[in-house]
Design a protein around this ligand. Structure first.
Ligand code: DAT
Ligand code: MG
Length: 140
């Protein structure tokens, strides 16, 4: 299959816990290429656009607030089936049920944290990936 691109975010909890390198290591070990990497604290405007699909849900305000609480590592990765492949590397949304061997399963903490503190974001479809890459890396 042709190469795809996806947007990965190491969320503020992952950066604060010093796990950005470990997470990038797993992406590279799988064989995906890094196209762009940038550490930045995102604006509420960017995060509102990024998570627009969740607007109106009860977890949306705390999610956006958490994502703006510190720097995130924004990454564009490339490879065959990288969109579903990174979602598989990440594991299920709630770290307390994520499988061993996944980022959230191995590195997520299973108590005392909100579901939003699940270390990473990965685009969920080709359409989401194109939209999210354009938001975070408009020059690409
Ligand atoms: P994912 O990040 O696995 O794609 P999502 O897009 O459904 O999950 O939700 C975006 C983020 O919002 C997710 O990483 C954590 C948070 N979230 C999702 N569902 C939640 C819930 N039921 N309660 C609290 N936070 C939630
Ligand atoms: Mg999602």
């Amino acid at each position: 299959p042709p190469a795809e691109r996806t947007l990965i975010l190491v969320k503020p909890d992952g950066v604060a816990r010093g796990l950005a390198g470990e997470i990038l290591r797993r992406v590279e070990a799988k064989g995906y290429s890094l196209v762009a990497v940038e550490l930045r604290t995102a604006s509420a405007e960017l995060l509102g656009a990024h998570y627009a699909e969740h607007e109106g849900k009860p977890f949306y305000p705390p999610l956006v607030e958490f994502m703006a609480s510190g720097p995130v590592l924004a990454v564009v990765a490339e490879g065959q089936r990288v969109i579903e492949g990174f979602r598989a590397l990440a594991g299920t949304t709630d770290p307390s049920s994520a499988a061993p061997g996944t980022i959230r399963g191995d590195l997520g903490r299973d108590w005392g944290l909100k579901v939003q503190q699940n270390l990473v974001h990965g685009s969920d479809s080709p359409e989401s990936a194109a939209r999210e890459i354009a938001l975070w890396f408009p020059a690409l």
